[in-house]
Design a binder for this molecule. Structure first.
Ligand SMILES: [Zn+2]
Ligand SMILES: [Zn+2]
Length: 327
């Protein structure tokens, strides 16, 4: 987070804070005799809150992370939903009415609360209490590579156990059930959590830089990647039979987690699920698209092969014709 503040302070935040919290006239008058140039209108405005002011840092971090999280969520979910997600799944009997709308509202409701819970951690990073470092030579390229692996393993094991414990009956209903409202999730469900659930599952990647040294730009990239990965695994894409699915916790794995609840708790990899006996391999027959197509067939929207039916094609052509003649 300090690297983002370092970048945004001279670019926009100095000006914004000079406007929002300017040097008072009193303090200017007091320094008038010593620093008459402060009255020079051509000089850049100065904020009463310097860059290391803790209140300025708190508010700046809160706004940046809220906007950043919402931006990543909207851009990646939009791309995933329109480019990858098979929207025929919306005909699945367990797909809720207005589900996409509900997922977006739930996500937007969660972001500011997750953000406020995470704020002390980001603040501690910015104020130098973590083990983030700038100069790669401090630990060398070997550690740069090893810390990336360590970060993935630390997150994978941490999130696996936090997620699995959240399925314990004593906390499930309160904490994690809201995320399992979506039996057939879409990418818009990526942040549709109870805020405490979202915060708990993010804890491993926030704790990591306080335990292990990690280069700050590498950490920033890995942090953004994990946000994107969370969206990707909700795209419902049931690719099966690919060699990577033995190791990678794919969207197919996470789709099965939403459908069967007690399998595939992992984040990036399947190692923990395999080792702790909760892995369920994606199989073509488990694909929820089959039930969605049954409904579509019953409505006459697709033929036996799942292709748009002749009636649907004719309807589309008529709509297009009406549209063109109206135009
Ligand atoms: Zn999920
Ligand atoms: Zn779960």
């Amino acid at each position: 987070m300090d690297s983002i503040l370092e970048f945004l302070d001279p670019l926009v935040l100095d000006k914004a804070w000079a406007y929002a919290m300017p040097q008072t006239l009193i303090s200017l008058n007091q320094t008038d005799s010593l620093y008459p140039e402060l009255h020079d209108a051509s000089l850049p405005a100065i904020s009463a809150w310097a860059r290391d002011n803790i209140y300025r840092q708190m508010i700046s971090i809160y706004i940046i992370t809220a906007i950043g999280a919402a931006a990543i969520y909207f851009i990646c979910s939009f791309l995933s939903y329109y480019l990858i997600y098979d929207r025929r799944l919306e005909y699945h009997p367990r797909f809720l009415k207005n589900q996409v709308r509900q997922e977006i509202i739930s996500s937007l409701w969660a972001i500011p609360f997750i953000d406020i819970m995470t704020l002390p951690i980001f603040l501690a990073e910015v104020r130098g209490h973590s083990r983030l470092y700038t100069n790669i030579d401090e630990y060398g390229y070997g550690w740069l590579f090893a810390s990336t692996i360590a970060y993935m393993i630390f997150n994978d094991v941490g999130i696996y156990w936090i997620h699995r414990l959240e399925h314990h009956p004593s906390v499930y209903k309160f904490l994690h059930k809201p995320h399992h409202k979506w039996i057939i999730p879409t990418p818009w469900a990526a942040l549709a959590f109870h805020p405490m659930d979202g915060f708990c599952q993010s804890l491993p990647y926030h704790v990591f830089p306080f335990v292990f040294p990690i280069q700050k730009y590498l950490y920033l990239v890995l942090f953004i990647v994990v946000q994107i990965w969370t969206i990707v695994i909700h795209d419902g894409d049931m690719i099966t039979g690919h060699w990577t699915e033995k190791f990678i916790n794919s969207p197919a794995h996470h789709t099965l987690h939403h459908m069967y609840f007690t399998v595939n708790y992992g984040q990036y990899f399947t190692w923990c699920d395999n080792y702790f006996d909760s892995h369920r391999a994606p199989q073509p027959e488990l694909d929820p698209i089959h039930d969605a197509l049954k409904v579509m067939r019953a409505k006459g929207l697709v033929d036996e092969q799942g292709n748009p039916s002749r009636r649907r094609r004719v309807n589309r052509a008529l709509h297009y014709h009406d549209f063109m003649t109206a135009a």
